[in-house]
Design a protein around this ligand. Structure first.
Ligand code: NAD
Length: 479
């Protein structure tokens, strides 16, 4: 199936008529093509967005809200179709796409459709000076949204929904590795009655299509989720043009387990936080630190549970772990397993490719647990972004805190303990944008989402996202 660009409400081929193969990771076969869009396509998308801006930014909040909620409802009505498309493009189990990815994409539109009706600005009375200040929150204009392949529609809509809610027009690019559901979203936007040109979706490579978006002098804000190196590049390109930037980047998150936790709950959640979505979630707890007194027991129980996970075809309802997203990503993850061995890591389970019958060319890998001799080894410091976790014991709160913070990243951290004072001490000191205590990836869309250090700049979610996608203007009136 060939994917087209969605520009000014129309589906069209790239101007150059150049295409890129789209792979199905579950069998390694090409199943369609996507536009390899050039600067000229991005320019056309920009122009469509620019001409729609006046009308969209003047559309009442009730009307914007109604359309966003309509998009949400249409996504829900098409749940099965979208979940199957996401799974085929990405390799994730259909059941996961159906339970998480697509419902969350629908929630993103519903949430921001509601949030915009509650978004208020401030006013300040200058007492004794006979003046009042009020702040307008105006949409920026045309903004760029660029997203990665791991949670394709989920993260794509997490940017687009607040951008649109705030009254901007958007030029968006999904990952070239997983473009399908973004393409299908265009149909839904038309059906929901979204004005032509308000949302434009351009497909293609990061280095060409993405680059044209970030370089465009009149696309005044970029919301990006992806790798840290790409984020650094975007910052370099965008800074001299003074673009607003929101960067959600990589992670290497600690999962810290104390002996006083609720053990069964911790064990089951840790299996999930290690391997959900084949470990390809920026929030996965890929560095597991376990208090020495329960280390041996944890190691035995955890490995036993991980061995029970079924690696299989994404459409098989018994599958826990589907295919990795691409051949090159599979190779990268396998290279890290080799590096672990060279660094004297012990592979406690997994480490091998899996031959799924009938799908021998798919990108399947066993969930892998590596016991590492030190927190300073590469597999404990660098983002692998696959079904691979490291485990090691710790002796004291101080030690584990130091190891948890001793990476360049700072996205999320998970803490398992029933000690309230320790919870408070640790949450205060962990260098992360998000700390989960006795849970993992529990999300409330009103909360600020994002990381510190090399995990990014800025926060998404709730009113933070609406603030990002608007420019505050203070008006001071003397009377
Ligand atoms: P990536 O950086 O390779 O690509 C992300 C997007 O950027 C893609 O759409 C790509 O085409 C585009 N891109 C690449 N080069 C570009 C350029 N020069 N200009 C403009 N756009 C460009 O990342 P990926 O491999 O798709 O995703 C995996 C990474 O994303 C991991 O590091 C993961 O941790 C991170 N991630 C972070 C979060 C978060 O919320 N912090 C969430 C999910 C994924």
């Amino acid at each position: 199936m060939n994917i087209k660009n969605y520009i000014n409400g129309n589906f069209q081929n790239p101007i150059s008529n150049e295409w890129i193969d789209n792979y199905n990771p579950s069998n390694g076969e090409v199943y369609g093509e996507i536009p390899n869009s050039s600067k000229a396509d991005v320019e056309e998308a920009y122009k469509a967005a620019k001409s729609a801006f006046k009308q969209w930014s003047q559309t009442t909040l009730e009307e914007r809200s109604r359309i966003l909620i309509k998009i949400s409802e249409l996504l829900e009505a098409n749940l099965q179709r979208f979940a199957e498309a996401e799974s085929k493009d990405n390799g994730k189990p259909v059941a996961l796409a159906k339970a998480v990815d697509i419902p969350r994409a629908a929630s993103n539109f519903r949430f921001f459709g509601n949030a915009i009706t509650q978004f208020a600005s401030e006013s300040h009375e200058s007492v004794g000076q006979n003046a009042i200040n009020y702040t307008l929150r105006q949409p920026i204009g045309v903004v760029g949204c660029i997203s990665p392949w791991n949670l394709p529609l989920y993260l794509f809509t997490w940017k687009i929904a607040p951008a649109l809610a705030a009254g901007n027009c958007v030029v968006a690019k999904p990952s070239e590795v997983t473009p399908m559901t973004a393409y299908l979203l265009g149909e839904i936007c038309n059906e929901a009655g979204l004005l032509k040109g308000v949302l434009n979706i351009v497909h293609g490579l990061g280095t060409t299509t993405g680059q044209a978006i970030i370089e465009h002098p009149d696309i005044k804000a970029i919301s990006f989720t992806g790798g840290t190196a790409t984020g650094a590049h975007i910052a370099k390109v965008a800074a001299p043009m003074f673009k607003k930037l929101s960067l959600e980047l990589g992670g290497k998150n600690p999962n810290i387990i104390f002996a006083d936790c609720d053990y069964e709950d911790m064990l089951n959640t840790t299996v999930r936080s290690s391997f959900a979505n084949q470990g390809q979630i920026c929030l996965c707890g890929s560095r597991i630190f376990v208090e020495a007194t329960i280390y041996k027991k944890f190691k035995t129980d955890f490995v036993e549970k991980v061995k029970q996970l079924k690696v299989g075809h994404p459409s098989d309802s018994k599958t826990n772990i589907g295919a990795l997203v691409s051949k090159s990503h599979l190779e990268k993850v396998k290279d890290y397993i080799k590096i672990a061995e060279e660094e004297n890591g012990v592979i406690l389970c997994g480490g091998q490719e899996v031959n799924v019958q009938g799908y021998e060319n798919g990108y399947y890998l066993e969930p892998t647990v590596i016991e590492v001799p030190t927190d300073e080894c590469r597999v404990n410091q660098e983002e692998i972004f696959g079904p691979v976790v490291t485990i090691m014991p710790f002796n004291s709160e101080e030690d584990v805190l130091q190891m948890a913070n001793k990476v360049k990243y700072g996205l999320s951290a998970t803490l398992w303990t029933n000690d309230l004072k320790r919870t408070m001490r640790m949450s205060n000191q962990l260098q992360a944008g998000i700390v989960w205590v006795n849970t993992w990836m529990m999300r409330d869309l009103r909360t600020p989402f994002g990381g510190v250090k090399a995990s990014g700049v800025g926060r998404e979610g709730g009113f933070e996202a609406l603030r990002f996608f608007t420019e505050p203007k203070n008006v001071c009136i003397k009377y």
